[in-house]
Design a protein around this ligand. Sequence first.
Ligand SMILES: [Zn+2]
Ligand SMILES: [Zn+2]
Length: 441
Amino acid sequence: MLKPGVIPNEEPQIRVGIVLPSDDQTKVTTFLSDMCDYELAVDTLTFSTCEVASILFIVEDNAISFQIDGKKYEKVNKVVFRPVVEDAYITLDPVISGREFHWRKYISVKLPGTLEISLIEGKLLVVNELPLETYLTCVATSEMGAACPPALIEAQTVVARAWMLANVEQKHTDIGLDVCNDDCCQRYQGLNNVTENSKAGTAATRGMVILHSGKICDARYSKSCGGKMEVFENLWENTPLPYMQALPDMPEGNEVPDLKIEENAQKWILSNPKEAFCSSTTVPENELKQYIGACDDEGEYFRWTVEISNDELSANLRDKLKLDVKEVLDLQTRQRAESARLLKLGIIYRDFDDKEHEIEIDKDYNARLVLHPKFLFSSAVIIDKVGTGDVPKRFIYHGAGWGHGAGLCQIGALGMSLKGYSTEEILAHYYPGSKYKKIYK
Ligand SMILES: [Zn+2]
Ligand SMILES: [Zn+2]
């Protein structure tokens, strides 16, 4: 596992969670790339896999059981597959993709490296341990489509490497993982989408990261900033990071008005600033499909409109906030961050006793969570009410961007690479003041 705050001087091994205890999965099957490709350790026993092509693992009575060659193994605590040939991989099925999102689905993934199957408090945990550079080859294309220009794949790879090694979030260290396989950390689908392009991108940037003040940058990124980058302190902890600034995602010399002012934000969201690197003029959205990762919903990223009925919104507030909401009377955009994302959202509602209440929601993530059951693309929205009388029938969200908007904007970086900017120029644009440097061979 990675050590927090330590800059490695050689390539580290990392541990990626593929099936998590919270998935509550009771079955998983492993298909080996070839018989004899693996050595199998079952608790303290070790044997070769020459007689085996696939194994179904079942969780029962707080233990793992499975069969090989008609022989049943029961009450097993841990199984480890170790590759004994190069290029061995295990196809694991099923695996959840989009764990917390509306497009959640089951897929199968091809995993290089070592695979561990164990239990934590009776729940299945599958961990893939592998060298960081192999992981990055898979991540660069899992996050973006294989057709991307090299400069984008390289920039995305450096950012993914820096984010991993900065190792700030540590969401899963309690169960011995550096990261999980999903958007909660970075989307990793094993070898599924690896191409010659992504291998070349990783090889060309091997060991390269971005540094600031002697530390590896906590290089966050999102799908589309909407034309102006957001800053760290408006989204996460209150400590600003000097290399994340509220800059226009545009060529130098362009300016964006102060979007903290409501009037400016309204104009901005309803406009379509074509100079932006992530605009639908720089990167036409019908062309975007060949570049965006396979798991995303098709949609508009730069500017979009989403409608929700009062019933649907009230149900979401009951679900997410555990409030007694009969109907929503008003949604108020009260305070905005640098990119027009919301810092404060006011909600006026009536409960089932017809009493009126008013609450205030803080920050982009929470606003996106409450505004739509499918987690709204971005909180840079203006909200129209539809209907007569004091109870709106529907709300219409006009929005800008997709994701939190801080650090590298993936569609913007795509726009830059299509315009001929280099990897280093892309990194300098999204992480101003950072240094691009090799930390291991
Ligand atoms: Zn995670
Ligand atoms: Zn952008």
